[in-house]
Structures are given as structure tokens and as C-alpha cells.
Ligand binder design. Structure first.
Ligand code: HAM
Length: 412
């Protein structure tokens, strides 16, 4: 016997029950994003490697699935979709009137150490609002992320920060050092940060960074600390708009994000019940279009980790009505009746026997269905069929038209 082939590490298979739930959640996310005027876009699964190495930051580069194709081109499976969507914007849409509101639902690939909630292939539902530099744009994106998580009945906390504050504190350092410092803050590795900065003789700067990242609370107490006036005004405005939209948040200046392209407001949502991989959503304002050959364009977006959301969300798909067409000696006519009913009824599962089972075995096989319609020679001749309500154990004789009417009423 040949060896059984396992799926690659960090990937998953999804069985029908799980897929049904995933599609239901996806549908809800789409509906909410569309209610804010966002339209779906789709980009390739792989891109030129350069797209992700130009500005996404070392964290991403280390985890990238990169390969050469047969023509020797350096390509990569997308680790995220912000860079691809901005490439699409520069290539196809830069003359379109702003703002542009795009959303996507797609798989991403990162070569990470797999664990619960962290996979090598995972799905993101995200949005990018392109062209707005205002607090209203940022608040809209944050509100949309919040509404999606709220409608999925997830228990979560939303943290809003601004990369401008820490970036300003690091402005005299070279890019590599400051990016490493930001990465350690993003990972919450404060001990490692202390060691790293001590080695560089940056003890004093470390102390101020530590004080800053400890700042957490409602927006008003930012007034009492010494931060850039413009940044303070922006955070206040965004928070004010979030509050009128019923968004609950805390300001948290330790949020710096793991990707290098962020320039302003940043935010993350953490869900209860997920352990270490509790970040279900991350986003913020960034500038990438000019890196890909377009004009400098302010944008804001987020991505929700779909697989993490699936672990904690309480949405259950609505069960479909299941109807069995039982062949009682007229298999051709049973096939025909099934097709007729499928054509007339939506949202109903109509299934026939394809195993050559006898009547008794069919009835036993279909016993957990909602209805069974018996199709034999007599039914074929008269056009009147026995329809059995399997849950209530009652039976009646009806024409196809009456069966359609009856089942339509049940589906409603
Ligand atoms: P990110 O924080 O790298 O941001 O990823 C967004 C979300 O994807 C995370 O919050 C997490 O829930 C999920 N995620 C990340 N890696 C994995 C993994 N290995 N397994 C399962 N889930 C994962 C971005 O990707 C940005 N492009 C977000 C953005 C959009 N910023 C602006 N616009």
C-alpha cells in the first residue's frame, strides 16, 4: 500500500459542518462591510516578492513563503493583503474618485510555528479605505471592525494607539534599530527590549518608552502627558467619533503593529477565550501607494483573523429543510420529481437514493430528514404523492404543486 499523504504542517481541512459555519460568518462580514459602502476586490494568491519586502518589515519577510518560478522570477505567496490591494490601486484605480472603499476575504500564507490560532495558511477578512487622511475615515474603519466583531457575538477589547508617538521618540535612531525596538514593543517583549537598549546605551530612552507604553485608558487622560499636539488632537477626534458610534475602546500607546508601513492611528482587538493568539483584528493608517510607484496616498484599513474569529464566535448557520425523495419502484420518476422540486424550491436540500437501497433501507437512511416523498408506480400514474413529515410522524397525499406550496410555507 502506498504511504498515506498528510496535509502540510500548519494547514487544515474543513469538513461540511465547519464550512457551513465559515460561510455563514463570511456572509455576515460581507453584509456589514457592504452596508458601509465597501466593495469586494480580489488579487492574486502570489505576487512579486518585492511587493512584500519593500515596506512590510522584517517580521513579515522572515515568515514569507518565497519561491522562484520556472522563469527564474522571485515570487511569494501573499502573507497579507494590504500591499497587494495598494498595488492593485496604483495599477488600476489611481484615477478613480476618492475615497475608495475596498474589502477582501482571502487566504494568506506565513511560515510561522503552528499552534492554536496560528496557521501557515489562514484567512483574512479586511478592508482598505483609500484616499482619506481624516479622523472620520479612521473612525469609520475602526467602527466597521468593531461592528463586525460585535455582530459575531465575540467578547473582545479594542485598543487604539498612534505610532507617531513612539516613532517620534525614536527619530534619531537608524531605521534598523528603531524598527527592532518597535517590533519588540509589538511583541510585548519588554525585558528583551531593556537588554537591547541597554547594550546600545539607550537606558534613558528605554525608561521613557516604558512609561509611554504603559499609558492605557480613556482618551481624556492623554491631556496630562507630554505628547505631540497634532497627534493628541487626532486621537481625540477619532475617539470622539468612535464614541458617537457606540464603539467601546481603550487608548493604548503600546500598540505599534508588527508591520512597518503604519504612519498614524493603529488599533487591535483581542478576544476572550483564545489564549496567546488572541489578536483577532489589527489595522491602522498607512502610506504605501508611493512605495509602489503611485502618488503618496493616505489610507486606513484592518484585517480580521477569520480563523481566530471562528474559534470564538457564536453564530450558528440556519439549518436547511431536508427532503428525501424515496424511490418506491419508480427510480426514473423519482429522479424527475427531485429535479422539479429543486427547480421550484430554494433553500431546501432535496436528496434521492443513489445507492440502490430498497424502500425500507431508504426510509431508515433518511430517518433524520424533515420530509420524505414517496414515489412509486401509482404516484407516477396519478401525480399524487405521499409526503411524510418525519419529525411529527404525519402523512398526507398531495400533488407536486401542493407539495411546493407546503414546503415553501415551512421554509418561511
Ligand atoms: P496582521 O496583524 O499581520 O495585519 O494580521 C491581521 C490578523 O490576521 C491578525 O490580527 C490575526 O488575527 C490574523 N493572523 C495573522 N497571522 C495569522 C496566522 N498565522 N494564523 C491565523 N491568523 C493570523 C495585517 O495583515 C494587515 N494587512 C492589516 C491591515 C489592513 N492593516 C491595514 N489594512
Amino acid at each position: 500500500m502506498p504511504n498515506k499523504i498528510e496535509r502540510p504542517r500548519g494547514t487544515r481541512d474543513f469538513l461540511p459542518d465547519e464550512m457551513e459555519k465559515r460561510r455563514e460568518v463570511e456572509k455576515l462580514m460581507r453584509l456589514i462591510a457592504e452596508s458601509y459602502g465597501y466593495k469586494e476586490v480580489c488579487t492574486p494568491t502570489f505576487e512579486h516578492l518585492e511587493l512584500f519586502t519593500l515596506k512590510s518589515g522584517e517580521g513579515i519577510i522572515e515568515e514569507i513563503y518565497a519561491f522562484k518560478d520556472k522563469g527564474g522570477r522571485d515570487l511569494a505567496l501573499r502573507p497579507e493583503l494590504t500591499a497587494p490591494v495598494m498595488r492593485l490601486y496604483v495599477n488600476e484605480c489611481k484615477v478613480m474618485p476618492k475615497p475608495l472603499r475596498f474589502y477582501y476575504f482571502a487566504n494568506c500564507f506565513r511560515y510561522e510555528r503552528p499552534q492554536r490560532g496560528r496557521y501557515r495558511e489562514f484567512w483574512q477578512f479586511g478592508v482598505e479605505l483609500i484616499g482619506s487622511d481624516r479622523a472620520e475615515g479612521e473612525a469609520e474603519v475602526i467602527t466597521l471592525a468593531y461592528r463586525i466583531l460585535e455582530k459575531l457575538k465575540i467578547k473582545f477589547n479594542l485598543h487604539i494607539g498612534h505610532v507617531g508617538i513612539l516613532r517620534k521618540m525614536l527619530k534619531d535612531l537608524d531605521e534598523k534599530t528603531s524598527s527592532k525596538i518597535l517590533r519588540l514593543i509589538d511583541k510585548g517583549e519588554m525585558e528583551e527590549l531593556k537588554r537591547f537598549m541597554n547594550e546600545l546605551g539607550l537606558n534613558e530612552l528605554y525608561s521613557s518608552i516604558k512609561d509611554t507604553v504603559n499609558i492605557k485608558g480613556k482618551v481624556d487622560f492623554l491631556e496630562s502627558i507630554d505628547i505631540d499636539k497634532d497627534v493628541l488632537e487626532r486621537i481625540k477626534k477619532v475617539c470622539e467619533l468612535c464614541e458617537v458610534s457606540g464603539v467601546d475602546y481603550i487608548v493604548d500607546l503600546s500598540i505599534v503593529r508588527g508591520l512597518d508601513y503604519y504612519t498614524g492611528i493603529v488599533f487591535e482587538a483581542y478576544a476572550e477565550g483564545l489564549g496567546a493568539q488572541k489578536q483577532v483584528c489589527g489595522g491602522g493608517s498607512y502610506r504605501l501607494a508611493h512605495v509602489f510607484g503611485g502618488e503618496d496616498t493616505p489610507s486606513t484599513g484592518f484585517a480580521i483573523g477569520f480563523d481566530r474569529v471562528m474559534e470564538v464566535c457564536k453564530i450558528e448557520p440556519k439549518k436547511k429543510l431536508r427532503v428525501a425523495i424515496v424511490n418506491a419502484g419508480s427510480y426514473l420518476h423519482a429522479f424527475k420529481v427531485a429535479e422539479k422540486l429543486r427547480e421550484k424550491l430554494s433553500n431546501v436540500e432535496i436528496v434521492t437514493d443513489v445507492m440502490g437501497r430498497n424502500l425500507k433501507k431508504q426510509l431508515s437512511h433518511f430517518s433524520d430528514f424533515d420530509f420524505a416523498i414517496i414515489v412509486g408506480k401509482k404516484e407516477e400514474e396519478t401525480g399524487i404523492y405521499s409526503i411524510k413529515d418525519l419529525k411529527r410522524g404525519v402523512q398526507e397525499k398531495l400533488s407536486i404543486e401542493d407539495i411546493v406550496n407546503k414546503l415553501s410555507r415551512v421554509v418561511k
